[in-house]
Design a protein. Structure first.
Length: 98
């Protein structure tokens, strides 16, 4: 159990560092996502979906890419929340074309 606590704390510290870097690199993340909520969400996602043994072996670059993807989806979901019905229809049409 102690090993799990250490692993979790280590993962959270790594996520904190990655989120700070991503928020500095991409101003939209910093403007539209809350740092603490983002760290908590990412930690929950990883701890629920990645075996503890694998958490030790995830490289920093892989962790950063995974976090960037999840943060991008979260950002996209916040953007769509303020769309008017007309804007949402335009957005939906643009996505369908891709």
């Amino acid at each position: 159990m102690l090993s799990n606590d250490v692993t979790q704390k280590s993962l959270i510290q790594r996520i904190e560092q990655v989120v700070a870097i991503l928020m500095e690199e991409r101003s939209l993340f910093k403007e539209d996502l809350d740092y603490a909520e983002t760290v908590d969400h990412l930690a929950h996602v990883f701890l629920q979906n990645v075996p503890l043994e694998e958490l030790h072996t995830i490289s920093d670059s892989d962790l950063k890419e995974r976090c960037r993807g999840i943060m991008s989806i979260n950002l996209l979901s916040t953007i769509g929340g303020s769309f008017t019905p007309e804007q949402m229809a335009i957005f939906d049409d643009a996505i369908k074309r891709k």
